[in-house]
Design a protein around this ligand. Structure first.
Ligand code: CUA
Length: 433
């Protein structure tokens, strides 16, 4: 009855199911028994002929009392015993040795996996059948929860902490992973797969470093899209024609027009190269100058070709697909960094760098240099001292206080930065005297 558990794919699964079904069956049995008796008595001894009937006043029955005390107690102890025993089985995490260790990072809204040999995947973990597997979980931002129903394991992924989900898969197949901790807008899309394969297939897969070769397999526009995400072009250049800080890339290639300087232009390879390496060379459509940093040292010649191919591909013939997950972040040991260094890294990674200088020069937003502790005037005439609370609010809800002389252009970073990260950025800004 009520056999609704999913496929049993781990060693512990049959035990868990047995216990769950036992508890369910006992509950159903007693629910039916008790409710049945209630209903029976209610009907059998209902008030009849409008008269009150005296009850027999039974004063108790020792045997009955003992039976209904001792039997449920034994059942409870029995269930608790197996509950604890199997809980230990689930929580038993082998330290090392014959265990396949996979590092897992949850991030809104994806699961990243990394193996001991450096192999990385996103959205799919491959593990060998019949071996103990230990997923070491953490999170880059908020609480997530790593749930593999077929394995009967579920563990929270917590920022700043390691937790473990360990199990021994007993059959090959592909199993669904869910995030079971509400973590924001795309929580329900935060899925992954665990693919259990034979030992031999696992070895081949693990040694296959073609992930690196995958870049070679990509077409130039695909690589260009990766570069577009990696270099943060997406912060200022839309793919759907909407006007952001800079011109959209949609149907950009081949576009003809007039520079603000009055000369005529057509967007071709050389135009794009110049726009990336000498962004102030040509300003069009009244976009403000001096906003785009010079990418000479950052975008390689190969990436430039790829970006051009990508922009050429945006000719409007195909709907712009949702952006794939951003390119893997460079491996940096965050724990080894000081808060200021972490803040600086975030400043670059979160593209603050595009709009806020650190040398006092005016970009789209106020420079960070010397801003901490200063009094900031706002467009609405108010003013406030820039402190940690001010910075936090400016990051999360930038529209609330717009600095005098600037426009309300910054996207809210609500949900994109953890409190720790905001603190780190604060520390970084504080250090810019
Ligand atoms: Cu991650 Cu919900």
């Amino acid at each position: 009855m009520f056999r609704m558990m999913p496929e049993q794919a781990s060693e512990v699964a049959p035990k868990i199911d047995w216990l769950i079904y036992l508890i369910t069956d006992i509950s159903v049995f007693f629910t039916v028994l008790i409710c049945g008796a209630m209903i029976y008595f209610a009907i059998r001894y209902r008030q009849r002929d409008g008269k009150h009937h005296e009850t027999p006043q039974i004063k108790g029955d020792h045997l009955l009392e003992m039976v209904w005390t001792i039997v449920p107690t034994i059942i409870c102890i029995y269930v608790a015993y197996y509950g604890v025993k199997y809980f230990y089985d689930i929580r038993h995490v082998p330290l090392d040795g014959d265990v396949v260790t996979v590092n897992v990072q949850g991030q809104k809204w994806k699961w990243d996996f990394e193996y001991d040999n450096g192999k990385k995947t996103t959205g799919e973990a491959v593990i060998p059948v019949g071996q103990h597997v230990k997923f070491v979980l953490t999170s880059r931002d908020v609480l997530h929860s790593f749930f593999v129903p077929a394995m009967r394991v579920k563990t929270d992924a917590i920022p700043g902490r390691y937790t473990y989900a360990a199990f021994k898969p007993v059959k090959t197949g592909t199993y669904q992973v869910f995030c079971t901790e509400y973590c924001g807008k795309d929580h329900s899309m935060m899925l992954a797969k665990v693919r259990v394969v034979s030992e031999a297939e696992y070895k081949t897969w693990l040694d296959d470093k073609s992930e690196e070769l995958a870049l070679l397999k990509m077409t130039p526009p695909e690589r260009g899209r990766a570069a577009y995400n990696k270099h943060g072009c997406n912060a200022c250049h839309s793919l759907d024609g909407s006007r952001l800080v800079g011109p959209s890339f949609l149907k950009a290639y081949g576009r003809e027009g007039t520079y603000d300087s009055g000369k005529k232009y057509a967007v071709d390879h050389e135009y794009i190269r110049q726009s990336i390496y000498e962004p102030n060379a040509h300003i069009v459509d009244s976009y403000p100058p001096n906003l785009m940093p010079n990418y000479t040292d950052q975008v390689s010649a190969q990436e430039l070709d790829d970006l051009i191919a990508f922009i050429r591909s945006l000719d409007g013939s195909a709907p712009v697909a949702a952006q794939p997950a951003a390119a893997a972040q460079p491996a940096v040991d965050l724990a080894a960094l000081s808060p200021i260094e972490r803040g600086k890294l975030l400043y670059q990674q979160k593209i603050c760098v595009t709009c806020h200088s650190i040398d006092g020069s005016k970009l789209v937003g106020p420079s960070f240099k010397g801003i901490y502790g200063a009094t900031q005037k706002h467009v609405d005439g108010s003013s406030a001292t820039v402190d940690e609370g001010y910075i936090r609010e400016s990051i999360l809800q930038p529209g609330l206080k717009v600095a005098e002389g600037y426009q309300n252009m910054m996207p809210p970073y609500e949900g994109q930065l953890s409190e720790e990260q905001i603190k780190d950025i604060s520390e970084f800004i504080k250090s810019l005297k």
